[in-house]
Design a protein around this ligand. Sequence first.
Ligand SMILES: NC(=O)c1ccc[n+]([C@@H]2O[C@H](COP(=O)([O-])OP(=O)(O)OC[C@H]3O[C@@H](n4cnc5c(N)ncnc54)[C@H](OP(=O)(O)O)[C@@H]3O)[C@@H](O)[C@H]2O)c1
Length: 282
Amino acid sequence: MAQPGTVQCNNDFKLPGIQQSKGTSHQGGYSHAAVVHALQKCGIRHIDTAKRYGCESLLQRAIRESGVKREDLWITTKLWHSDYGYESTKKACLESCERLGVEYLDLYLIHWPDAQVPGKSNREVRAETWSAMEELYEKGLCKSIGVSNFLISHLEQLKEDCVITPHVNQVEYHPFQRPQELVDYCRSRDIVFEGYCPLAKGEALSHPTVIQLARKYSRTPAQICIRWSIQNGIVTIPKSTKAERIEENCKVFDFTIAEDDVEILNGMHDGRHVSWDPSFIV
Ligand SMILES: NC(=O)c1ccc[n+]([C@@H]2O[C@H](COP(=O)([O-])OP(=O)(O)OC[C@H]3O[C@@H](n4cnc5c(N)ncnc54)[C@H](OP(=O)(O)O)[C@@H]3O)[C@@H](O)[C@H]2O)c1
């Protein structure tokens, strides 16, 4: 760990942690006012987006309106599988930069391990794609490069096929989905584990155990889930389209969940995915 709220990547960059993080996925809609509020009033500096979410251009407008300087932001976007391949990856990165109105990305991720390219294996396409990512990193267009939804098998193949170790693996992580073996594997290779859907898209918030712990700590269920991710050493990126919830989700640094309660939450893992399940992707 670097300074509070940031995580050291294996390329010397510091990834802003939760108190500064904001997801922007297409599911549940996009709110311009919420993004501007998060940047102006909540000190959020980490924006997680993707070509797939369709809001890169909207973010350009929100960032500009917020008045926050580019160099103070951490912007992550993701490469969608329709752009996988060597030349198309480089083109897609430039197009994302253009839509976001930036000259570089802080983090560029391969969104999903399945390539769906006829006549080529997934492994082959991931390797070609990753070599373009390496080039984007070496040219400075991407300050960090990583993957998303990659399992140990995918990361092991990439290790054999490529040179640069991914800086980040962004994977589903919430009380119902705690892939500890993958977390340990990423740590052993110095890959930052970033957890998405920390609230299980809201599903975790009505679970009796989470509600009970929220009462015990005089917090909200969302704050319990987010704090639990942080105490497990996970960079987490909750999303809300509502200003008051963004504020609530940021207030997680003035309490600690006792170790035995962390263990209770750890015990809620049942393997369920609320997003997508990469385990069938070879
Ligand atoms: N790499 C990937 O494949 C991938 C996949 C999925 C997500 N992600 C990233 O992870 C981010 C977060 O994931 P997510 O949006 O799917 O799930 P999430 O953050 O677990 O949950 C978001 C849901 O919880 C609600 N919510 C947020 N704060 C709340 C609070 N304090 N109280 C009650 N409800 C609250 C939101 O509704 P309101 O908007 O109405 O508040 C929304 O319905 C995404 O935006 C995206 O950046 C990445």
